[in-house]
Design a protein. Structure first.
Length: 234
Protein backbone atom coordinates (compact mmCIF):
# COMPACT_ATOMS: atom_id res chain seq x y z
CA UNK A 1 0.00 0.00 0.00
CA UNK A 2 2.65 2.55 1.04
CA UNK A 3 4.90 1.58 -1.86
CA UNK A 4 2.12 2.61 -4.27
CA UNK A 5 1.54 5.95 -2.54
CA UNK A 6 0.11 8.55 -4.88
CA UNK A 7 1.73 11.99 -4.76
CA UNK A 8 -1.55 13.94 -4.89
CA UNK A 9 -2.97 12.03 -1.92
CA UNK A 10 0.34 12.35 -0.09
CA UNK A 11 0.48 16.15 -0.55
CA UNK A 12 -3.06 16.55 0.82
CA UNK A 13 -2.16 14.61 3.96
CA UNK A 14 0.99 16.67 4.52
CA UNK A 15 -1.03 19.87 4.21
CA UNK A 16 -3.16 18.78 7.15
CA UNK A 17 -0.08 17.68 9.08
CA UNK A 18 1.47 21.14 8.84
CA UNK A 19 -1.41 22.54 10.90
CA UNK A 20 -0.69 19.96 13.60
CA UNK A 21 3.02 20.77 13.53
CA UNK A 22 2.33 24.49 13.94
CA UNK A 23 0.26 23.72 17.00
CA UNK A 24 3.18 21.70 18.32
CA UNK A 25 5.49 24.67 17.71
CA UNK A 26 3.14 26.73 19.86
CA UNK A 27 3.24 24.17 22.66
CA UNK A 28 7.05 24.26 22.58
CA UNK A 29 7.24 28.07 22.52
CA UNK A 30 4.32 29.10 24.72
CA UNK A 31 6.31 31.78 26.52
CA UNK A 32 7.48 33.49 23.32
CA UNK A 33 4.20 33.33 21.36
CA UNK A 34 1.58 35.81 22.54
CA UNK A 35 -1.25 34.59 20.29
CA UNK A 36 -3.59 32.16 22.06
CA UNK A 37 -6.16 31.24 19.39
CA UNK A 38 -4.83 28.03 17.83
CA UNK A 39 -6.69 28.44 14.54
CA UNK A 40 -5.27 31.93 14.01
CA UNK A 41 -1.89 30.78 15.28
CA UNK A 42 -1.52 27.88 12.84
CA UNK A 43 -2.65 29.93 9.85
CA UNK A 44 -0.34 32.86 10.59
CA UNK A 45 2.66 30.71 11.53
CA UNK A 46 2.44 28.86 8.22
CA UNK A 47 2.15 32.20 6.45
CA UNK A 48 5.20 33.54 8.28
CA UNK A 49 7.25 30.41 7.55
CA UNK A 50 6.28 30.44 3.86
CA UNK A 51 7.21 34.12 3.62
CA UNK A 52 10.58 33.56 5.32
CA UNK A 53 11.40 30.69 2.99
CA UNK A 54 10.42 32.66 -0.11
CA UNK A 55 12.52 35.69 0.88
CA UNK A 56 15.46 33.58 2.10
CA UNK A 57 15.59 31.50 -1.06
CA UNK A 58 15.67 34.73 -3.09
CA UNK A 59 18.15 36.86 -1.11
CA UNK A 60 19.34 34.79 1.89
CA UNK A 61 18.09 34.62 5.47
CA UNK A 62 20.76 36.95 6.85
CA UNK A 63 19.85 39.63 4.30
CA UNK A 64 16.13 39.41 5.11
CA UNK A 65 14.78 42.29 7.19
CA UNK A 66 11.71 42.32 9.40
CA UNK A 67 10.19 44.86 7.00
CA UNK A 68 10.70 42.37 4.16
CA UNK A 69 8.93 39.73 6.21
CA UNK A 70 6.10 42.08 7.19
CA UNK A 71 5.51 43.01 3.55
CA UNK A 72 5.57 39.41 2.30
CA UNK A 73 3.51 37.87 5.12
CA UNK A 74 0.94 40.66 5.29
CA UNK A 75 1.40 41.02 9.06
CA UNK A 76 2.43 44.21 10.80
CA UNK A 77 5.78 44.46 12.58
CA UNK A 78 3.95 44.27 15.88
CA UNK A 79 2.01 41.26 14.64
CA UNK A 80 5.23 39.46 13.75
CA UNK A 81 6.74 40.08 17.18
CA UNK A 82 3.68 38.44 18.73
CA UNK A 83 5.06 35.15 17.39
CA UNK A 84 8.80 35.47 18.04
CA UNK A 85 11.30 37.76 19.72
CA UNK A 86 13.71 38.12 16.82
CA UNK A 87 15.31 36.44 13.83
CA UNK A 88 17.17 33.89 15.98
CA UNK A 89 13.89 32.74 17.55
CA UNK A 90 12.29 32.62 14.12
CA UNK A 91 15.14 30.51 12.72
CA UNK A 92 14.84 28.09 15.64
CA UNK A 93 11.10 27.68 15.02
CA UNK A 94 11.61 27.27 11.28
CA UNK A 95 14.24 24.55 11.57
CA UNK A 96 12.30 22.76 14.29
CA UNK A 97 9.11 22.80 12.24
CA UNK A 98 10.77 21.34 9.14
CA UNK A 99 12.61 18.63 11.03
CA UNK A 100 9.59 17.70 13.15
CA UNK A 101 7.42 17.47 10.04
CA UNK A 102 9.97 15.23 8.30
CA UNK A 103 10.16 12.86 11.27
CA UNK A 104 6.39 12.74 11.66
CA UNK A 105 5.61 12.06 8.00
CA UNK A 106 8.33 9.41 7.65
CA UNK A 107 7.10 7.66 10.78
CA UNK A 108 3.50 7.69 9.58
CA UNK A 109 4.34 6.28 6.16
CA UNK A 110 6.66 3.56 7.47
CA UNK A 111 4.24 2.43 10.17
CA UNK A 112 3.52 -1.28 9.76
CA UNK A 113 5.87 -1.69 6.76
CA UNK A 114 8.18 -4.43 8.07
CA UNK A 115 9.55 -6.01 4.90
CA UNK A 116 12.95 -4.34 4.27
CA UNK A 117 12.44 -4.05 0.51
CA UNK A 118 9.03 -2.40 0.86
CA UNK A 119 10.26 -0.29 3.77
CA UNK A 120 13.20 1.09 1.79
CA UNK A 121 10.92 1.87 -1.15
CA UNK A 122 8.51 3.66 1.19
CA UNK A 123 11.29 5.64 2.87
CA UNK A 124 12.75 6.85 -0.45
CA UNK A 125 9.36 7.66 -1.97
CA UNK A 126 8.16 9.47 1.16
CA UNK A 127 11.35 11.51 1.45
CA UNK A 128 11.25 12.62 -2.19
CA UNK A 129 7.52 13.35 -2.09
CA UNK A 130 7.95 15.34 1.11
CA UNK A 131 10.81 17.36 -0.40
CA UNK A 132 8.47 18.27 -3.27
CA UNK A 133 5.63 19.34 -0.97
CA UNK A 134 8.03 21.28 1.29
CA UNK A 135 10.46 22.29 -1.43
CA UNK A 136 11.23 25.80 -0.10
CA UNK A 137 12.08 24.43 3.36
CA UNK A 138 14.33 21.64 2.05
CA UNK A 139 16.09 24.05 -0.30
CA UNK A 140 16.49 26.57 2.52
CA UNK A 141 17.89 23.95 4.89
CA UNK A 142 20.43 22.79 2.30
CA UNK A 143 21.52 26.20 1.01
CA UNK A 144 21.49 28.17 4.27
CA UNK A 145 23.15 25.55 6.50
CA UNK A 146 26.64 26.86 5.75
CA UNK A 147 25.63 30.39 6.81
CA UNK A 148 24.00 29.42 10.11
CA UNK A 149 25.53 29.85 13.54
CA UNK A 150 27.33 26.90 15.11
CA UNK A 151 24.35 25.67 17.14
CA UNK A 152 21.85 25.95 14.29
CA UNK A 153 24.30 24.43 11.83
CA UNK A 154 24.72 21.40 14.09
CA UNK A 155 20.94 20.98 14.24
CA UNK A 156 20.67 21.17 10.45
CA UNK A 157 23.43 18.57 10.05
CA UNK A 158 21.78 16.34 12.65
CA UNK A 159 18.52 16.45 10.69
CA UNK A 160 20.30 15.40 7.50
CA UNK A 161 22.12 12.54 9.23
CA UNK A 162 18.85 11.24 10.70
CA UNK A 163 17.52 10.29 7.28
CA UNK A 164 20.84 8.71 6.31
CA UNK A 165 20.68 6.64 9.50
CA UNK A 166 17.14 5.55 8.63
CA UNK A 167 18.20 4.35 5.17
CA UNK A 168 21.23 2.56 6.67
CA UNK A 169 19.13 0.78 9.32
CA UNK A 170 16.67 -0.48 6.69
CA UNK A 171 19.53 -1.74 4.51
CA UNK A 172 21.16 -3.48 7.47
CA UNK A 173 17.87 -5.17 8.36
CA UNK A 174 17.60 -6.34 4.75
CA UNK A 175 21.15 -7.70 4.91
CA UNK A 176 20.30 -9.62 8.08
CA UNK A 177 17.28 -11.13 6.33
CA UNK A 178 19.27 -12.00 3.24
CA UNK A 179 17.37 -9.74 0.81
CA UNK A 180 20.08 -7.05 0.49
CA UNK A 181 23.77 -7.48 -0.26
CA UNK A 182 25.79 -4.34 0.49
CA UNK A 183 29.39 -3.93 1.64
CA UNK A 184 28.89 -0.64 3.47
CA UNK A 185 25.32 0.21 4.52
CA UNK A 186 26.15 3.74 5.71
CA UNK A 187 27.94 4.59 2.46
CA UNK A 188 24.99 3.23 0.48
CA UNK A 189 22.65 5.33 2.64
CA UNK A 190 24.68 8.49 1.99
CA UNK A 191 24.43 7.90 -1.77
CA UNK A 192 20.66 7.44 -1.48
CA UNK A 193 20.48 10.71 0.47
CA UNK A 194 22.48 12.44 -2.27
CA UNK A 195 20.02 11.22 -4.92
CA UNK A 196 17.11 12.45 -2.81
CA UNK A 197 18.79 15.84 -2.36
CA UNK A 198 19.39 16.19 -6.09
CA UNK A 199 15.63 16.44 -6.59
CA UNK A 200 15.17 19.57 -4.51
CA UNK A 201 18.58 21.16 -5.12
CA UNK A 202 18.52 20.75 -8.92
CA UNK A 203 14.80 20.31 -9.46
CA UNK A 204 14.90 22.78 -12.39
CA UNK A 205 17.02 20.29 -14.33
CA UNK A 206 14.44 17.53 -14.06
CA UNK A 207 11.49 19.81 -14.77
CA UNK A 208 13.27 21.00 -17.92
CA UNK A 209 13.48 17.34 -18.95
CA UNK A 210 9.80 16.85 -18.02
CA UNK A 211 10.63 14.44 -15.22
CA UNK A 212 7.92 14.48 -12.54
CA UNK A 213 8.32 13.66 -8.86
CA UNK A 214 6.72 10.21 -9.14
CA UNK A 215 8.91 9.27 -12.10
CA UNK A 216 12.03 10.46 -10.28
CA UNK A 217 11.14 8.57 -7.11
CA UNK A 218 10.53 5.39 -9.10
CA UNK A 219 13.85 5.77 -10.91
CA UNK A 220 15.79 6.23 -7.66
CA UNK A 221 14.11 3.17 -6.15
CA UNK A 222 15.00 1.10 -9.22
CA UNK A 223 18.65 2.22 -9.07
CA UNK A 224 18.92 1.48 -5.35
CA UNK A 225 17.36 -1.96 -5.67
CA UNK A 226 19.63 -2.94 -8.55
CA UNK A 227 22.59 -2.03 -6.35
CA UNK A 228 21.32 -3.59 -3.13
CA UNK A 229 19.67 -6.67 -4.65
CA UNK A 230 21.90 -8.54 -7.10
CA UNK A 231 20.15 -10.93 -9.48
CA UNK A 232 21.11 -14.00 -7.46
CA UNK A 233 19.23 -12.79 -4.34
CA UNK A 234 15.62 -13.88 -3.75
Amino acid sequence: MTDLLNFDIFSQKVSFSRHDICREVYRNHRQAIKIKKEKTLAKNLMGIFDAVLKISNEKGFNAMTMRDLSRESGLSMGGLYAYFGGKDDLLEMLLQTGQTTTRKILKENLEGVNDPVCRLRAAIRTHIFLSEVMLPWFYFSYMEARHLGTTQKQKAIKGELESEKLFAEIIEEGMNRGVFQVENSLLAASVIKAMVQDWYVKRWKYLKRRIGVEQYAGFVITCVERFCRPDDLP
